[in-house]
Design a protein around this ligand. Structure first.
Ligand code: MG
Length: 267
């Protein structure tokens, strides 16, 4: 997983990687010129983009409260803008010939009668219907909901192209579920994965998130995760994700993550 503007294509290429997911920062201008530039760069490098990932302006992943108040489709005041932005991301991905878009939907309420639930369900349907016109899947990332709640919501949205971007670390960072069991349960809907690691929130710090770690150094059990992906018949690419604040740590950890996955794949 690499970001436009922050990494560009040079970063994955420097790690010897030729496929991945492109994250689009909330403030980035999307227009035909940008799409044409990306398309040419991808083709020149022989790079396969599997997903275009939407992030939104104003998202804050500091702790549970900031996530609940700022991430994805949940904050009511952002919905109109973020829906338009997500459709724009879908169009941009289509211009690049990419068949899947994704985002974090945020903390979906458990109660299907709740007004935020109803509004977010409609928003996800609108994105799915738009993406379907481009032949794309729309994937929601795991993490903020336990597998059962997530699955219920997806069934309730009821769109054939709605899928899951499975991130095992998020389930640990948010303390929502056990990643391997969740993966087995969500398997038929998983269209893409993040290979990310982390440890649970520290005890006694209310509202804190866990700590993201270098792949293989956290609590996910990456060996077992990769093995389970194989077992469920997942054939897509293993996208390493590391969102450390400083770029040096991040690149170092991504390189180690790529190395680890290659050794697991060879085993
Ligand atoms: Mg992720």
């Amino acid at each position: 997983m690499f970001w436009a503007e922050r990494d560009n294509l040079d970063m994955p290429l420097s790690l010897g990687v030729k496929y991945g997911q492109l994250g689009i920062p909330g403030g980035m201008q999307l227009n035909e010129a940008a799409a044409a530039q990306w398309k040419a760069a991808l083709e020149a490098a022989g790079f396969t983009l599997v997903t275009v990932f939407a992030a939104y302006e104003g998202e804050d992943y500091t702790n549970m409260a900031t996530v609940a108040g700022s991430v994805g489709f949940i904050p009511p005041a952002t919905r109109t803008v973020r829906l338009a932005r997500t459709l724009e991301i879908s169009d941009f991905a289509a211009q690049l010939g990419v068949g899947s878009i994704a985002c974090h939907v945020g903390f979906v309420p458990e109660d299907p009668q709740q007004p935020d639930y109803v509004a977010v369900r409609q928003m996800v349907r609108d994105v799915c219907d738009h993406a379907a016109k481009h032949g794309q899947t729309f994937a929601l990332e795991t993490g903020q909901e336990p597998a059962g709640v997530f699955l219920e919501f997806i069934r309730d949205v009821d769109r054939a192209n709605l899928r899951i971007n499975f991130d095992p670390a998020n389930l640990i960072l948010y303390g929502t579920d056990e990643p391997i069991k969740a993966l087995e349960r969500l398997a038929p809907l998983v269209v893409s994965v993040h290979c990310k690691d982390g440890d649970p929130p520290a005890a006694g710090v209310p509202g804190a998130l866990g700590l993201e770690r270098q792949l293989g150094k956290g609590s996910v059990g990456i060996g077992r995760f990769v093995e389970t992906l194989r077992k469920i018949g997942f054939r897509g690419p293993l996208n390493v994700e590391r969102e450390a604040e400083d770029q040096e740590t991040r690149i170092h950890d991504l390189a180690e993550g790529v190395r680890l996955l290659r050794s697991l794949a060879a085993a």
